[in-house]
Design a protein around this ligand. Structure first.
Ligand SMILES: NC(=O)c1ccc[n+]([C@@H]2O[C@H](COP(=O)([O-])OP(=O)(O)OC[C@H]3O[C@@H](n4cnc5c(N)ncnc54)[C@H](OP(=O)(O)O)[C@@H]3O)[C@@H](O)[C@H]2O)c1
Length: 245
């Protein structure tokens, strides 16, 4: 049985990725802070695929959480074949000229945790010739986003490019996917749809096909790329936004 560790996967894009892996017979390892949301996600995946996900509840930005996650996964006797670094998002107070504490929180959430997990899991990942995917954002290209979010997401690009050269020597494959504005229940644009329809419509006008990017479609692209029996995707930075940028 192959396993896919997806960070931040009780909801949103991470959940869509976990569900899609499970439809291909790959058991997801789910993570999130809220145990109840994790249970709901796990039950839904089990109903859809018949697979029982492994769930880790905890705040991954806590100092020792990535090490705790590693120990937890080891205790289950599994080694992931796929790691999808999906954890990320905005930090309150991230506006013009953000204070250092906001910048640090954003880097921890959007960049540091993923690098730390790669480092801690590295020797195990060599054994499964793992594929590692980092979820960035097209804001790295158009630069129109809160400054701490934008810079911490952008750090993923050179990191992945650099890691692709060295990780390949150990049989690993690493690439990044940069989605545009995502649409799923509870996403930013979904909340705007009700809370601020004018702003929602202004964003929508910029979208090539008059729609935001369905998270389930991004999940299908990511899982398909993982399942291709080739490592030529290594080092790729792939934007999925319908051609907006
Ligand atoms: N939304 C967009 O428009 C958009 C656009 C481009 C790129 N992205 C990127 O795509 C990724 C997914 O975005 P999304 O909108 O799907 O996210 P989301 O809906 O906010 O989902 C977040 C998931 O992560 C978990 N989570 C949040 N903070 C956590 C923490 N500190 N420790 C552990 N788990 C945590 C949440 O569960 P709990 O709350 O229970 O912890 C939930 O399962 C992110 O990297 C984001 O930056 C998003």
């Amino acid at each position: 049985m192959d396993y896919a560790l997806i960070t931040g996967s009780s909801n949103g894009l991470g959940y869509c990725i976990a569900e899609t892996f499970s439809r291909h017979g790959i058991a997801p390892i789910l993570t999130g802070r809220n145990p109840k949301s994790l249970d709901i996600a796990a039950q839904s995946i089990q109903k859809i695929s018949g697979l029982t996900p492994i769930s880790f509840a905890g705040n991954l930005t806590d100092e020792y959480a990535p090490a705790d996650l590693y120990q937890f996964v080891c205790d289950q006797g599994v080694i992931p074949r796929y790691i999808i670094h999906n954890l990320g998002g905005g930090i309150q107070g991230d506006c013009k000229n953000p204070p250092l504490c906001v910048l640090r929180k954003s880097f921890r959430l959007n960049f540091e945790v993923s690098v730390e997990i790669n480092s801690i899991f590295y020797d195990d990942l060599k054994k499964t010739s793992a594929k590692i995917v980092h979820i960035g954002s097209t804001s790295s290209l158009h630069h129109d986003a809160p400054p701490s979010y934008l810079t911490s997401k952008s750090a993923i690009v050179p990191y992945v490019k650099n890691a692709a050269r060295s990780f390949a020597k150990d049989g690993l494959t690493i690439f990044a996917v940069l989605p545009g504005m995502l649409d799923h229940p509870g996403s930013y644009v979904d909340r705007l749809r009700i809370g601020d329809p004018d702003r929602h419509d202004r964003f929508l006008e910029k979208m090539t096909y008059g729609q935001f990017v369905p998270s389930i479609e991004v999940a299908h692209y990511i899982v398909s790329l993982c399942l291709v029996d080739s490592n030529m995707i290594n080092g790729s930075i792939i934007t999925i936004d319908g051609g907006v940028d």
